[in-house]
Design a protein around this ligand. Structure first.
Ligand SMILES: [Zn+2]
Ligand SMILES: [Zn+2]
Length: 399
């Protein structure tokens, strides 16, 4: 790979323990744990960090932990590097020596690789503290829907460990190996769920005029909600609204009192997210009213959009370019409609979340697929990115 030649000073030393990184990744892969159940995983990371002489703080956001590495000098600067620890509730289809040993659990999003890349950086930096200030290695639980990032913040992550910026990274199938993608602003979507209870007046299906039928109201609500995306949202501003649940009467000849609908809304821009929520409330209420029905909305706010800070995005791109060359940095590609709870950390602190290319997005190589397996070739590159970032952000003052 060309990147191995562009910065031998860093990559070379990390490449020396690339086999060890691979073995850590395989052990983590074989022990997938989900959503706040990352007990074995948390113990494993704490053990690795302790073996390196890194001080470890545990129980932040339940199974979350923070490793602390101090630089040669300390003028009060500090940054946080974050990896996610959780797996997914699915069964692995791969036939590999380090296949998941837990039925119904699988590292299908590459968080095993994310943890390993961060551990690799901790190993290098704890042995070569050629930087000024403090690096916090943040291992967070429950990224896949459990808002573990928010749980760590609620547990005082940023109060207990004062840091100026936070940084994240996700492996990205579909982006060539040896490339990085960096967005100046939003890179991942928000993901909110909602339930609508449409209440009318039930009755005999043969005498609809005596009822206020919530089923016909629900049909119109579903149709009209789609106009929020197709008629009220800029076609160049990505947004999705899907109604996925519908429950009415249990009998052929009964008009129910109520119909329950459920769905999800996603947007890239925070202002679009807020507008869609407001529109769902007003369009559903007014549509139901036209049929003599009322609507109650239960809004479950999920992850906000993941929005990078421009100045940190520029620094991240600059650092990655030193590893792989400017021609391998993809700036501002289309955002993903997937969601990511690093968003919560970026709401609190300036920072940047980048994608590290994982190779072709083909069968068995897509995230959340039963045949997915993190690309081990990325381990030394990802660890080197973290190290270069630290050495840039917390550069020693040689004066
Ligand atoms: Zn995932
Ligand atoms: Zn993920």
């Amino acid at each position: 790979m060309t990147y191995l030649e562009t910065d031998m000073r860093i990559i070379g030393q990390i490449a020396d323990f690339a086999e060890e990184l691979k073995s850590w990744r395989h052990e983590l892969h074989a022990h997938p744990e989900i959503c706040y159940e990352e007990v074995w995983t948390s113990d494993y990371i704490a053990k690795r960090l302790t073996d390196m002489g890194v001080s470890v703080h545990r129980g932040i956001g339940k199974t979350g932990l923070v490793g602390v590495v101090k630089g040669k000098t300390d003028t009060g600067r500090a940054i946080g590097l974050r990896a996610d620890m959780d797996a997914l509730p699915m069964s692995e289809a791969n036939d590999i020596p380090y296949k998941s040993t837990i039925e119904g659990r699988m590292h299908a999003c590459g968080h095993d690789g994310h943890m390993t890349m961060l551990l690799g950086a901790a190993k290098y930096l704890s042995a070569h503290p050629e930087f000024d200030g403090t690096v916090y290695f943040i291992f967070q639980p429950a990224e896949e829907g459990g808002a573990g990032g928010q749980a760590m913040i609620d547990d005082g992550l940023f109060d207990r460990f004062e840091m100026q910026t936070v940084w994240g990274m996700h492996n990205w199938p579909g982006l060539p190996e040896g490339q990085f993608a960096v967005h100046d602003g939003a890179c991942m979507a928000s993901a909110d769920n909602f339930s609508l209870t449409i209440s009318g007046r039930g009755g005999h299906a043969a005498m609809p005029h005596q009822s206020a039928d919530p089923v016909i109201a629900a049909a119109s609500v579903i149709q009209n909600l789609q106009a929020i995306i197709s008629r009220q949202t800029d076609p160049l501003d990505p947004a999705v609204l899907s109604i996925t649940k519908m429950q009415g009467s249990t009998a052929y000849n009964v008009i129910p009192d109520q119909v329950e609908l459920g769905g999800t809304a996603r947007a890239i821009l925070p202002e679009t997210r807020a507008r869609i929520e407001a529109s769902i409330r007003s369009v559903s209420a007014q549509t139901a009213a036209a049929f003599g029905c009322t609507v109650e909305i239960d809004w479950h706010a999920g992850y906000p959009p993941t929005v990078n800070h421009k100045s940190q995005a520029e620094k991240a791109a600059h650092v990655a370019a030193r590893l792989v060359g400017t021609e391998n940095i993809i700036r501002n590609p289309a955002a993903s409609m997937g969601a990511e709870d690093f968003a919560f950390m970026l709401q609190e602190k300036p920072g940047c979340y980048i994608w590290i290319g994982a190779g072709p997005a083909e069968e068995g190589k897509m995230l959340h697929n039963t045949g997915y397996d993190f690309n081990d070739e990325l381990l030394p590159l990802g660890a080197s990115y973290w190290v270069e970032l630290v050495r840039t952000e917390l550069a020693l003052n040689e004066a």
